[in-house]
Design a protein around this ligand. Structure first.
Ligand SMILES: [Zn+2]
Length: 541
């Protein structure tokens, strides 16, 4: 029988609404750990939830004291925990999850525990377009379930982490236990730097950035240190160059205080990237060269990437020319509430509305703020239309549906920061609850967490290491009915609703892969709520 009550399996805070979803209109009984009845929810009105095909109701438990509680519906019981800082461990794990993606270094036992492994991908990289050229490029994170390293997605991931740290520093755990821990720099910045050092090596002398460093084909399910196929430096691309430009300009501001030569190196690289973009104004979409079948990460336009880059360069240099370019790109129309790897307009909004503020000027602050607030209402509307409060339209359960859900959570959090609107914060919280178990699959999507957890992510080390539990702290892409594999369609058929179109099976990259740029928005959202539970008014300015 399916579970009638779906909860955030990592627990709830006594200071924030404790939403749960119920699928039963019989009385719901809430008891404490001694069996004392605290509350009966009678006459619960179920409403249809289009994405899951279920009739559900959202309840708010209203518990003010930490403890272990029990919810009972139609004889079925569900444990609920309320505790101080319930999401400290999972936020920490989501950041540490990136450490487990490190390439080119040994993951030592003292940091990686049972998931330790020898150094991987240390051979020279060969230029795809001129095989006589090879280069030593080290470091970076494996992108996802595969061992490729992709410039744009990596840059966006770092962008999420750096803004999480800037806005919600106290919510970003500093207990990662990584090799750099204790060096006086916050751990989240130590981890992000591992990717930044790699990113810098992806630049050509003319300022352009290579799109990716990957094999021609995906490796089989082997450990990374056993993957000896040649890694190729694939051609440069507009989007990779603009994303790297933005990320490095942002990072130059963040790391200025901890290491100013490093900050200068990044700003210089960003300026050279911008110069290349100016010399190459006509967008050319990246295509996999013939014979290459690793991640494509294609895009239809680079105006949002250029927009983010111009905003960050203005913030980093205060030079008027960048502000003017950012204004032109803003006026060309930007999705200010999108934070994914292909649509980075929201990253530019983060820069203008939360860092530059009034300095951005009336267009990039006042007008953008009005546009941002108006666009973010769509996320709230989606959440309200869903029985689970999930901010995703039923027909938009795409490959990696966790990304638009978390991206909408980010938009609603930022809206709340700008306006103080509590309904935005509460709707954002529902997305966090979704990720951690309050969903139609009753599944906690972060590996290593929850009673009903992901066990078989599409992740090569987790599949090849011989350990039952997958590498912890990785978030699954989740249900995908828009672009499923034929094998998934064969297993699930046509009638399974979108929010349940999911298989916890290793081969199912279409529904159960992990990716660094899904972890990073989860870090952003987790750091915010983690910070709130430490101190409800603890916003760091
Ligand atoms: Zn590697």
């Amino acid at each position: 029988m399916s579970q009638l009550i779906r909860v955030n399996q990592t627990g709830y805070s006594p200071d924030l609404p404790q939403y749960v979803t119920v699928l039963s209109d019989t009385p719901i009984i809430l008891t404490d750990d001694k069996g004392v009845v605290l509350r009966r929810f009678e006459g619960v009105e179920l409403k249809p939830d289009a994405a899951s095909g279920e009739n559900v109701a959202l309840l708010e438990l209203g518990l003010s004291a930490p403890g272990t509680y029990c919810l009972e519906a139609a004889g079925q019981k569900q444990r609920v925990t309320v505790q101080k800082e319930p999401w400290r461990a999972v936020t920490n794990a989501l950041i540490k999850g990136l450490f487990f993606q490190r390439c080119g270094c040994e993951l030592k036992k003292e940091f990686g525990g049972p998931y330790a492994h020898r150094a991987c991908h240390t051979a020279l990289a060969v230029d795809w377009e001129d095989n006589s050229v090879s280069r030593r490029i080290t470091g970076g994170w494996h992108d996802a379930g595969d061992y490729g390293k992709y410039t744009g997605p990596g840059a966006v991931t770092v962008g999420h982490l750096l803004y999480a740290w800037k806005l919600f520093g106290p919510g970003c755990s500093d207990e990662l236990n990584i090799p750099e821990s204790g060096n006086g720099v916050p751990d989240i910045l130590n981890e992000a730097r591992y990717e930044l050092e790699w990113l810098l090596q992806m630049q050509e002398n003319d300022g352009a950035f290579h799109h990716k460093l990957s094999k021609a084909r995906f490796a089989p399910f082997i450990m990374p240190e056993n993957d000896h196929e040649t890694e190729y430096l694939m051609p440069v691309s507009h989007c990779a160059t603009a994303d790297a430009c933005a990320c490095l300009a942002l990072a130059s501001r963040v790391y200025r205080e901890v290491d100013s030569p490093f900050a200068n190196r990044m700003l210089l690289a960003a300026l050279r990237a911008w110069e290349w973009l100016q010399k190459h104004p006509d967008f050319v979409p990246f295509r996999n060269p013939e014979g290459v079948s690793t991640g494509w990460y294609g895009d239809r336009s680079d105006t949002d990437e250029r927009f983010w880059a111009a905003c960050e360069l203005f913030a980093a240099t205060h030079e008027e020319r960048f502000r003017q370019d950012a204004e032109v790109l803003f006026k060309s129309g930007q999705n200010l509430t999108r934070f994914g790897w292909s649509d980075v307009g929201g990253m530019g909004a983060l820069c203008c509305l939360f860092d530059l503020k009034e300095e951005a000027g009336s267009v990039l602050y006042d007008q953008m703020k009005a546009d941002f607030l108006s666009q973010s209402r769509e996320a709230l509307r989606l959440s309200r239309n869903s029985g689970y409060g999930t901010a995703l339209a039923p027909e938009r359960y795409v490959w990696g549906s966790i990304l638009p859900i978390l991206s909408n959570a980010m938009a609603m959090i930022l809206c709340c920061l700008l306006t103080g609107q509590e309904d935005m914060r509460h709707a954002a919280l529902m997305q966090w609850h979704y990720a951690l178990g309050m969903n139609a699959l009753d599944k906690c999507f972060v590996t290593g967490f929850g009673e009903n957890r992901v066990i078989y992510p599409h992740h090569r080390p987790s599949g090849a290491d011989g350990i039952d539990e997958p590498v912890p702290g990785l978030i699954s892409g989740g249900p995908n009915k828009c672009f499923p594999y034929p094998s998934t369609r064969q297993t699930l058929g046509e009638d399974v609703p979108p929010a349940k179109y999911y298989l916890d099976e290793t081969p199912s990259a279409d529904t159960n892969e992990i990716a660094i740029y899904w972890n990073s928005p989860a870090v952003f959202v987790g750091a915010y709520f983690n910070m709130l539970t430490q101190n409800i008014s603890g916003r760091k300015d």
